[in-house]
Design a protein around this ligand. Structure first.
Ligand SMILES: C[S@@+](CC[C@H](N)C(=O)[O-])C[C@H]1O[C@@H](n2cnc3c(N)ncnc32)[C@H](O)[C@@H]1O
Length: 258
C-alpha cells in the first residue's frame, strides 16, 4: 500500500469501503443485457463493446463488480479484469461463480501498471474505472502498451462540463453555475467533500484529452456526449436527470492504437 501512488492508495481505501453498496446494482447488471453509464443507455444506441469478440483478448481496466467483463465474455472474449479493490473483486468473483463464468481472470492491482506483456490484448474497456479513477497521463500509455497495434480502447466517464458544474464540497448536485476552473482541469479530489467524502478522480479539458491521445499514439475513432433519456428522473450520482437532459453528463471515447 505504501508503494502505491497517493491517489491509488486513497481510491483503494474508498472503494474497499464502498463495495457493499455496489453489490445489488452489480448483480442486476450481470443478469441483464448491456446498458451504459448512469442513465443506462441501451447498447443499440451507444456501445463500448463490439458485438463480436470471439477469440479476442479483452482487458477491463477497473472492473468493479465485473458486469462489463461478463458482457464481453458473453460475446466470446477471453477476459482479463483488473481492479484496485479486493472487496469489489470479491463481488465480481461471486457473481462470476453464480453465472458460471469461471474463466474470467480477476486480478487485484492498479490499472496504471498491469502485470501483462506488451501487445497482449485486442481490446481494452473502462466504464467509470480507470476512465475516471486513474491518472490519464499514466493509464492511457499503459493501455496503449497493452494493446496490439490496431487494438482499440473504449472508455466512459464524466463529461468535463459536469465536473465544472459540480460543487467542490459535494454538498449540492451538479447545477447551473460554473464551480471550477476549466483550464487546467486535472485531478478532482473528493477527500474533503462534506457528502460522501473520499476518492480522487481525474478529468481533462477537450484540448488536453486530444493532445494526450496524440502524444500516446491513439487515433480517435469516435466520441459521444451522453444525454439522459426522457424517461430519466431524480438525481443519480449527484446528477439531476433534468440537468443531464440539457447538458452532457457523460462522455465516451473510442480510440485505436496507431
Ligand atoms: C464505479 S466502479 C466502475 C466499475 C464498474 N463499471 C462498476 O460500475 O461496477 C469504479 C472501480 O474502479 C476501481 N479503481 C479505482 N482506481 C483503480 C485503479 N488504480 N486501478 C484499477 N481499478 C481502479 C475501483 O476499485 C472501483 O471498483
Amino acid at each position: 500500500m505504501s508503494e502505491l501512488p497517493e491517489h491509488v492508495a486513497e481510491n483503494r481505501r474508498y472503494w474497499d469501503a464502498e463495495a457493499p453498496k455496489w453489490v445489488e446494482g452489480g448483480r442486476s447488471l450481470w443478469a441483464g443485457d448491456p446498458v451504459w453509464g448512469i442513465w443506462q443507455i441501451p447498447d443499440d444506441e451507444v456501445s463500448l463493446l463490439p458485438v463480436e469478440l470471439s477469440g479476442r483478448r479483452v482487458i477491463e481496466l477497473g472492473c468493479g463488480t465485473g458486469y462489463v467483463s461478463a458482457w464481453a465474455h458473453r460475446r466470446g472474449a477471453e477476459v482479463y479484469a483488473i481492479d484496485n479493490s479486493e472487496a469489489q473483486l470479491a463481488t465480481a468473483r461471486r457473481l462470476a461463480d453464480e453465472h458460471g463464468m469461471a474463466d474470467i481472470q480477476w486480478v487485484h492491482g492498479n490499472a496504471e501498471s498491469v502485470d501483462q506483456p506488451d501487445e497482449s490484448f485486442d481490446f481494452a474497456v473502462s466504464e467509470y474505472g480507470a476512465a475516471i479513477w486513474c491518472d490519464p497521463d499514466v493509464w492511457l500509455p499503459e493501455a496503449h502498451r497493452l494493446l496490439r497495434p490496431g487494438g482499440e480502447l473504449a472508455f466512459l466517464g464524466n463529461h468535463p462540463l459536469a465536473i465544472i458544474c459540480a460543487e467542490p464540497t459535494g454538498a449540492e448536485p451538479v447545477g447551473y453555475t460554473l464551480e471550477r476552473t476549466y483550464f487546467g482541469l486535472d485531478s478532482v479530489d473528493w477527500t474533503e467533500a462534506v457528502e460522501d467524502p473520499g476518492g480522487i478522480e481525474f478529468n481533462r479539458t477537450f484540448e488536453a484529452w486530444m493532445a494526450l491521445f496524440r502524444r500516446v499514439g491513439f487515433e480517435v475513432l469516435d466520441y459521444r456526449e451522453l444525454r439522459a433519456p426522457t424517461r430519466a428522473s431524480g438525481v443519480l450520482f449527484w446528477t439531476p436527470a433534468e440537468w443531464a437532459k440539457r447538458f452532457p453528463s457523460e462522455q465516451v471515447w473510442w480510440l485505436r492504437k496507431r
